[in-house]
Design a protein around this ligand. Structure first.
Ligand SMILES: NC(=O)c1ccc[n+]([C@@H]2O[C@H](COP(=O)([O-])OP(=O)(O)OC[C@H]3O[C@@H](n4cnc5c(N)ncnc54)[C@H](OP(=O)(O)O)[C@@H]3O)[C@@H](O)[C@H]2O)c1
Length: 191
């Protein structure tokens, strides 16, 4: 049985992917900050879903939580990073920029590092992250969001090169969606 962890499975793309993997009989570790939403999802299929609540900006907890989840799953084949925030910030409020960087860069990097090292150690695995087509250009309304997505795109390319260089069976996939109708897609007339 394949084992996957989804970071940010309480809503949107992560929740949809968690359900999809469970339909394909994966054991799925689900994470996010909102325990009640994780419990709700877990109750849909308690035999396949395992939950750990944590905030990816709390970098001192991430490794411990991922290790607990991996041991509950009985191993790990696939880790998908779906967590992310992106607030409109026309006033250039630094607190918004900082939170975005802490989530989409610092937390993201900590999870991606752990996953890559885990897969390198076991000599196979698949790391997936949802970046964004927004990472290809700057944006005046969401400057830190687009900049953090550019970082993710570039960072994943680096990890892909690293996997190639060590001739491993590690795969790194960067998914760059356009607008998807989730809580994240703010603004009028997007769809
Ligand atoms: N929707 C779009 O139009 C779109 C387009 C391109 C790319 N994307 C990317 O797709 C990814 C998923 O977004 P979505 O559209 O599915 O949005 P969403 O419904 O808002 O989901 C975001 C997920 O990230 C988790 N999360 C946010 N901050 C977190 C933190 N500090 N610690 C742990 N988990 C955190 C949330 O869980 P909790 O709140 O429970 O912590 C939630 O499960 C994001 O990286 C986003 O940038 C989205």
């Amino acid at each position: 049985m394949q084992k996957a962890i989804i970071i940010g499975a309480t809503s949107g793309l992560g929740k949809g992917l968690a359900r999809r993997l469970a339909d394909e009989d994966y054991n799925v570790g689900i994470t996010g900050r909102r325990t009640e939403l994780l419990d709700e999802l877990r109750s849909e299929n308690p035999n396949l879903f395992y939950a750990q609540t944590f905030d990816i900006t709390d970098i001192n907890k991430i490794v411990e939580k991922l290790e607990i989840l991996t041991s509950q799953l009985g191993g790990l084949d696939l880790l998908i990073i779906c967590s992310g925030i992106g607030d409109q910030n026309e006033e250039l409020n630094y607190e918004i920029e900082k939170r975005t960087i802490e989530t989409n860069v610092i937390g993201f990097t900590c999870v991606a590092n752990w996953a890559f090292n885990y897969f390198e150690n076991q000599k196979n695995g698949h790391l997936v992250a949802i970046s964004s087509v927004g990472g290809l250009r700057g944006n005046r309304i969401t400057p830190s969001y687009n900049a953090t997505k550019a970082y993710q795109i570039n960072y994943l390319e680096g990890l892909r090169q690293k996997a190639n260089k060590i001739k491993s069976q590690i795969f790194v996939t960067d998914v760059r969606p356009g607008f998807v109708a989730t809580a994240m897609a703010k603004g009028k007339g997007l769809f």
